[in-house]
Design a protein around this ligand. Sequence first.
Ligand code: 3Y8
Ligand code: NAP
Length: 252
Amino acid sequence: MAKFPHILILGGTTEASALARALAERSVMATLSLAGRTEHPAAQPLPVRIGGFGGVTGLAQYLRDAGITHLVDATHPFAAQMSAHAIAAAREAAVPLIALTRPAWSPQPGDRWTSVADIPAAVAALAGPARRVMLALGRMHVAAFAAQPQHHYLLRFVDAPTEPPPLPHHSLIVDRGPFTATDDERLMRDHAIDLVIAKNAGGTGAVAKLIAARALGLPVLMIDRPALPPRREVHAIADALHWLLHPVDLGV
Ligand code: 3Y8
Ligand code: NAP
């Protein structure tokens, strides 16, 4: 007997919020899950659960206890551990999984990108004389850049940090996206930025700094996404909805 859908969205991104709105509009039973990384997460049109599940086992148990019928991994492309756990837990609990992600950004004419594999490679690439670097990676990876203390860093966090970042020369902006190219261009001019470091997040919420860097002719150090195990994956809300609400008739 087909069970009524109860969808769990692993969120924290623009796409997750858009899917949450689409499901709420259709009165489909769904829950949005956040890690609890920010102090004041944006309001959502669905019930929200906040905090880790306690690893793969914890997530598999949650899926069973909550009667989840479909798992949507709409986390950020750099939330690699969550995505790996989602694949394992969905298999363990026999719950179908789909990933809703945004395509990676690719360089446009006029872009001056240098791609690096990960955060440590970005840190290594900063060896050399002092520069004025916009480090728009959030708060979680800032400490790694203490290995290159000679630069002046422009930091942007969602929340004010509990202790000062371990960088001797830095300016700190507390602001949440999505950002605009106009504001990011003004920010880069005001701080005389000569290099921008970004994660290849894709999507629209963080792209402003790339448009601003292009307009100012600034070089960008682009950090590639971590590799993920294979899973069903879509980029469009409509494709995720189709999969969720029109299960393939297996004819059995
Ligand atoms: C807690 C939920 C929505 C989602 C909005 C998107 C866009 C705006 C742009 C820059 C880049 C960065 C960062 C960023 C953006 C969206 C999206 C996105 C980048 C919130 C949110 C949570 C988080 C966590 C936060 C991380 C940090 C990363 C800041 C809510 C606002 C840099 C990623 O201070 C911290 O500890 C921040 C931690 C993980 C990455 C990091 O490594 O520090 N996102 N961001 C989610 C949870 O608890 O599960 O507070 O409402 C969501 C959004 N931030 O609903 O519209 O879709 O990506 N988020 C990056 O892309 O590089 C900022 O400054 O230019
Ligand atoms: P991560 O490193 O892949 O995950 C670390 C642990 O955090 C997970 O194992 C899980 O804990 C918990 N977790 C992560 N996302 C969760 C969610 N949506 N609901 C419940 N628990 C979650 O993740 P992250 O990079 O810290 O990202 C955390 C959140 O911020 C995610 O929602 C992500 O979408 C959002 N975000 C991240 C970035 C980024 O650059 N990393 C950018 C924008 C938004 P347990 O093992 O205990 O289950």
